[in-house]
Write a protein that binds this ligand. Sequence first.
Ligand code: G6P
Length: 484
Amino acid sequence: MVIVANRLPVHCADPGSGPVRWHPSPGGLASALRSVVQDPRMVWVGWTGRAGPVRSPLPVDGVTLAAVPLDSVDVQDYYNGFSNGTLWPLYHDIAARPDYDDRWWSRYAAVNERFASATSECAAPHATVWIHDYHLQLVPALLRARRPDLTIGFFSHIPFPPRDLFAQLPWREEILQGILGADLVGFQRHCDVEKFIRSCWDFSCRTISVLPTVSGQTRTLRFIDADAGSGESVSTEVRVGAFPISIDFALFGRRSQQRETRTRAQRTRDLLGSPTTVLLGVDRLDYTKGILHRLKAFEELLACGDLDPDRTVLVQVAVPSRDRIPDYRTHAEQVAAMVGRINGTHATAGHPVVHYTQRQHSPAELTALYLAADVLLVTSLRDGMNLVAKEYVASRHDEQGALVLSEFAGAADELTAAYLVNPHDLQDLRRTIHQAATSSVAERRRRMRILRQQVRSHTAHDWATEFLDTLRSVRGSTCSSSGR
Ligand code: G6P
């Protein structure tokens, strides 16, 4: 099997020309796959995170890593440009304004070609290839054209936009054609599946029918195209379904029960000045995460006296991300300014109310923070899944802690026992944070039990197994009906 993703599971920490040092890659995709992909026969195709030629890193957990080189123009136009300056904001409900640039698009197409040919070279005959995320939406069709023998799955880790937003994209038809080269297309949520199908209807420029659902999990799209050689019509089928990603529940459980972690959690609370309530946010420093909305709500709760600045602290971990992109820089400055303002108004010497750190925390440090926090704040304006919410739940073996969770995160479909909130509604955000922060031990336990049962019963391993089992069964049926 071959995994194809923009990033390898490890990346070069220093994007410049210093010595090559490898670190675990950021984001949900890498962490979810790391916990399931540990087969020595596997190959993972991806970028190292550094511009220019870099040797492939050594295998990770036995998996062979094949580096696709990107030069500095690729990084600028394909990664910062089209992937994160066009697709990312467009697919996240225009949380920032997407730019539509022909040069970015050409480079995106060229880099997708490079990924397709690197994959084609390392895939054994009849291998299964699993392609991930918005950076590589053209790869399924490009790979299909090179290697019709392969079974191809595509999974989108981020939301799919509503039809009227997707309509803005000047290359919408090409993107759909690219994705539809897969045998199976997976999304995080059912609503993404519906949005994708709607856009296929309107923009794929092919004759399409949606077949009645046979199994509950996937929908089947049938396309009728004219064969270029014979002129006869050929039908192909593509399955589309929701496969919500998850985490390694047992791993977080084990880590959080270690004595060292519990001691570290207690020490953290002591260092914070033994407050009555610790609120926590853990995010990439991304404008889609709703960090500013959360800070605003917190500031207002302090100002009106609903939260006491002498007894409450907010710990905000915000790991810098995509910091060459102007919208990310502006956002980072706004967050820093707001933290400064809140502390300027409410902190006393030696006792900040917001503890703000941009340091990447180790898994052990993060787990201790989860254990130390009374309330985790996930206030994304739009989010594919948000695995931090699931990590928090998995770490709370003591059945304590309250989860405030945005309705706009994919996790809200499953974690319905959380304190669900609309982060765009400041009043709702204030009310919900206050409610979670002041809830009784019994109420937290009631909710946390339900949440833990949910995360325990659907792990990262289940996610990967369900997707791959469906992919294999789908390929069996499409081979016989479409002649692919
Ligand atoms: C999201 C995406 C991932 C991406 C991650 C980190 O989770 O779905 O594909 O790797 O963000 O972003 P970065 O741009 O640093 O890879």
